[in-house]
Design a protein around this ligand. Sequence first.
Ligand code: FAD
Length: 275
Amino acid sequence: MIPPIANNFVAGETPETAMAHVDELNQRGVAGILNLLGEHYDDRADADADTQAYIDLVEALAERDTDSCISVKPSQIGLDIGDDVFEENLARIVDAADCLVWIDMEDHTTTDVTLDAYERHARATDGNVGVCLQANLKRTREDLERLADLPGKVRLVKGAYDEPKEIAYKKKAKVDEVYKEYLEYMFEHFEGGIAVGSHDPKMIDHAQALHAEHGTPYEIQMLMGVREDEQTRLAADVDVYQYIPYGEKWFSYFYRRVREQKSNALFALRAVVGV
Ligand code: FAD
């Protein structure tokens, strides 16, 4: 059972609880991106089981009237076991899905194989896939150029992994600066398929200004439990997607969310001590 405090960031342990959350969210004009928690499997049975869970999920989503979709981690569907396992399982999910299949981006050692898989499926499905790029990686400008003319969607995030300084910007101010530059590149060169994966008001404002200037369509993506009121407010003007983790492996995800933001930590503390 997930304690009530963690329920702010995780939509229960089962696909049913996650889809009930999506229904509620849709009432607020926000769509969902469902993510079954799990990563870094070294046993093929675990990777195959989560692949099957995603196939069941996309079939269940297809029966509902919702714009919601899914997001998958490469190491959850077999990348640590072998590139071939990841590619085979990703193909099974993409083949089964009517909805868009997002591929999360993990640490820099996985970037090439993830982008290669994305490119293949983007061409084969005429854009029914999306991939995440991380502004903190120095290679990202070139990756954006590679993806600019492909069908599909690209989610730009700041980057969640602690990468070596040789290949990544380490200072927050520098990451913020390049994030804005990459947004500018996307609004100028992408025909659509831009997803702003950030809670940062400065990045959202910048995207809104670029949209006003260039007219390029875009969407905003935020995590469940973070700036929820803002998600609803923004949804009046732009497509907003909430990334919704669920599943039995909720503890480490919840712990990360609480550690990374003081406001989340205070919120958790208040819930625990009842003030
Ligand atoms: P930050 O730089 O953390 O914060 C900037 C400002 O945003 C803060 O000053 C504050 O004003 C506001 N803010 C941020 N958090 C809060 C909060 N909890 N409450 C109130 N205000 C807040 N990373 C990956 O490496 N790979 C992925 O595949 C990936 N997928 C993601 C998908 C989504 C939908 C999102 C939203 C993030 C994803 N990330 C991923 C994580 C991302 O890389 C960042 O680590 C994370 O989003 C924090 O950066 P930020 O841009 O939100 O803002």
